[in-house]
Design a protein around this ligand. Structure first.
Ligand code: HBI
Ligand code: FE
Length: 294
């Protein structure tokens, strides 16, 4: 799943949405075809996720009873999630402006698109749909440390709007929440929502020789550009969710922003002498032109 954030901040909500951009999920309006698409996507990714997804993600699916039962009702999962970590899922029409997005996260509300992709778009969508948002993101919100990180990210996001550092912060989100890998005693695993919601990228991110797999280092990753339209050229690997927590919670980003001074000049494929390299990618996939090659 890939998407482009191109909304300006402080835009008014659309007419059918509330001031905070939320809408009713309209669960009763989903057709059997909509639920079938969810189940098709679910079956497809679950063929590859056991043994590849992080235990916290797989446990989250269990705790929320997210089995192949069609598109979940946000009311039910919100009740379960509220009891577990104090988070809720709210429906939005699609991408929302950064300030609105950050404000929801800072208040432990995850904004999820209420629509589902069409049968023609099973592998590729521009905007985050309900499968990416709920299947991809919500299970990790059952983990207490990760749940605190997401709130801290929202708070940091609100503050970043006053600095010229949104790109740096967006890279942090991208390389952790969306495309993050984690070292576990059983081996490297996936926790990023953009990966787990794609069967092909789940295999690619862990097993392909092409991409780099590099140890998480906050300042380094916040200056690294990323691909929004294809598999990543580098994945960053944490040793535990505490890495994320310490990188954000109680951290004042202001001195870091001042030091980086808006610098954002590392390319997606770069490997630095200072990197902790788990795998130096061949970049064969990207060099061949990626998804556009065949
Ligand atoms: N809106 N619905 C939605 N989902 C997102 O993931 C999202 C968004 N708006 C902005 C945004 N992400 C990004 O700008 C930030 O994470 C940086
Ligand atoms: Fe996402």
């Amino acid at each position: 799943m890939r998407y482009i954030s191109c909304m300006s901040n402080y835009s008014p909500a659309p007419q059918n949405a509330r001031a905070d951009w939320t809408i009713d999920q309209g669960w009763a309006d989903y057709t059997p075809q909509h639920h079938d698409i969810w189940n098709t996507l679910y079956d497809h990714v679950m063929e590859v996720l056991p043994g590849r997804a992080a235990p916290e993600f797989l446990n989250g699916l269990e705790k929320l009873d997210l089995h192949r039962g069609g598109i979940p009702d946000f009311k039910t999962i919100s009740e379960e999630l509220l009891a577990l970590t104090g988070w809720q899922v709210v429906a939005v029409p699609g991408l929302v402006p950064d300030d609105v997005f950050f404000d929801h996260l800072a208040n432990r509300r995850f904004p999820a698109g209420n629509f589902i992709r069409t049968a023609q778009q099973l592998d590729y969508i521009q905007e985050p749909d309900v499968f990416h948002d709920v299947f991809g993101h919500v299970p990790m919100l059952t983990d207490p440390v990760f749940a605190d990180y997401m709130q801290a990210y929202g708070e940091g996001g609100l503050r970043s709007l006053r600095h010229a550092s949104l790109k740096n912060l967006a890279a942090l989100y991208w390389y952790t929440v969306e495309f993050g890998l984690i070292n576990t005693p059983e081996g490297m695993r996936i926790y990023g929502a953009g990966i787990v919601s794609s069967a092909a990228e789940s295999v690619f991110s862990l097993e392909a020789p092409s991409p780099n797999r590099i140890g998480f280092e906050l300042e380094r990753l916040m200056q690294t550009d990323y691909r929004i339209d294809d598999f990543q050229q580098s994945y960053f690997v944490i040793d535990g969710y505490e890495d994320l927590f310490h990188a954000t919670v109680d951290r004042d980003f202001a001195p870091l922003y001042a030091k980086m001074n808006g610098k954002f000049d590392l390319k997606p494929e770069d490997v630095l002498a200072t990197d902790r390299v788990f795998h130096k990618g061949t970049q064969a996939y990207a060099d061949k032109g990626g998804r556009h090659a065949n």
